[in-house]
Design a protein around this ligand. Structure first.
Ligand code: NAD
Ligand code: LMR
Length: 339
């Protein structure tokens, strides 16, 4: 009886955090950068996901320890750690989903684009390996600058002849998580009931929360909406400054990454009507990649949803973000062809 109660407690702990119920399907998930600030708590959260049968933790170093630690948790998945480039193939082989938080984080005073120099090369080589060892996997890109790293991944997959736009995602869930939290505070709503679409990209003004479409609706003033929008756009910088040189968001990002991965796994497993915002190949605007709501299914993106009705303030935000987003996308594409 006691163990049945404990199982029920664990199940309700997970479902209260939005994880799906257990599934018998075999799903291998690889995390690249698993020993890092995001990688470690994300590994923990993916170990708690009952849809994962195999959890593969890869980094250039440090993963045997993380894997040994996480593997003692009494949940379904079998955990293996892989360290160093010669183990990357084994880490990736057979993966249904690859989550990439590998790369350097910001320090105060830096933009996400300042990370391009180092992270572009890291993402390029990891995507080359994905093309070789698990070309059909869903790829959830966390490494910044997401507005450029997603186009880099797409170009690599095209060159390798394995590109399927339905399977490549820029993870923008943290923007949604922040928008929900900040909105709930101002709207006096129960945060668990709040939904806010966030569109555009993942840097500064390219992050555009659509508070006019937030639910439950609230009568917020124009000043309140402007302040909420700015706080969502600057959420990453708020954390970078508070950490004062010790990196950027890791714990909230791991939470957001786990929520998005859970949604992707639900889609893969055929659970209907799974919708999340993500930065994907898109025709919603004239830009080739754009974040908006997407419906997830057995092959990844099933449908990229439109933007819905926007206020003049949001329409202005959309027009204002396009030049920066366009140039970040082009920078990513050019990097692949120049290197
Ligand atoms: P971190 O430095 O703590 O960890 C990064 C990890 O990547 C390290 O363990 C490092 O060894 C590993 N790594 C480096 N090169 C690698 C390679 N070639 N292969 C595999 N692993 C490699 O950094 P962090 O705080 O975890 O952040 C990681 C990235 O995520 C940064 O680029 C950061 O800007 C980004 N980020 C994105 C979001 C988002 O919303 N998309 C949110 C937060 C952070
Ligand atoms: C975030 O939004 O927290 C991340 O993109 C990290 C950063 O550099 O702000």
């Amino acid at each position: 009886l006691r163990s049945a109660l404990r199982r029920r407690e664990a199940a309700s702990w997970m479902s209260s955090r939005g994880f799906a119920s257990a599934s018998g399907q075999q799903r291998k998930v690889a995390i690249l950068g698993a020993a890092g600030g995001i990688g470690q708590p994300l590994s923990l959260l993916m170990k708690l996901n009952p849809m994962v049968s195999h959890l593969s933790l890869y980094d250039i170093a440090g993963t045997p320890g993380v894997a040994a630690d996480v593997s003692h948790i009494n949940t379904r998945s079998e955990v293996k750690g892989y360290a160093g480039e010669d183990q990357l193939g084994a880490a990736l082989e057979g993966s249904d989903m690859v989550i990439i938080p590998a790369g350097v984080p910001r320090k105060p005073g830096m933009t996400r684009d300042d990370l391009f120099k180092i992270n572009a090369g890291i993402v390029k080589s990891l995507c080359e390996a994905i093309s070789k060892y698990c070309p059909n996997a869903l790829v959830n890109m966390i490494s910044n600058p997401v507005n450029s790293t997603v186009p880099i991944a797409a170009e690599i997959f095209k060159i390798k002849g394995v590109y399927d736009p339905r399977r490549l995602f820029g993870v923008t869930t943290l923007d949604v998580v922040r928008a929900k939290t900040f909105y709930a505070g101002k709207a006096n709503a129960n945060v668990a009931d709040v939904n806010v679409p966030v569109i555009g990209g993942h840097a500064g003004i390219t992050i555009l929360p659509l508070f006019s479409l937030a639910t439950p609706s609230a009568n917020l003033s124009a000043e309140e909406i402007t302040a909420l929008t700015k706080r969502t756009q600057d959420g990453g910088t708020e954390v970078v400054e508070a950490k004062a040189g010790k990196g950027s968001a890791t714990l909230s990002m791991a939470y957001a990454g786990a929520i998005f991965a859970d949604a992707c796994l639900k889609g893969l497993n055929g659970i209907p009507d799974v919708v999340e915002c993500s930065f994907v190949q898109s025709t919603v605007t004239e830009l080739p990649f754009f974040a908006s709501k997407v419906r997830l299914g057995k092959n990844g993106v099933e449908e990229v949803l439109g933007l819905g009705h926007m206020t003049d303030f949001e329409k202005q935000g959309l027009e204002a973000l396009k030049p920066e987003l366009k140039s970040s996308i082009e920078k990513g594409i050019a990097f692949v062809h120049d290197n």
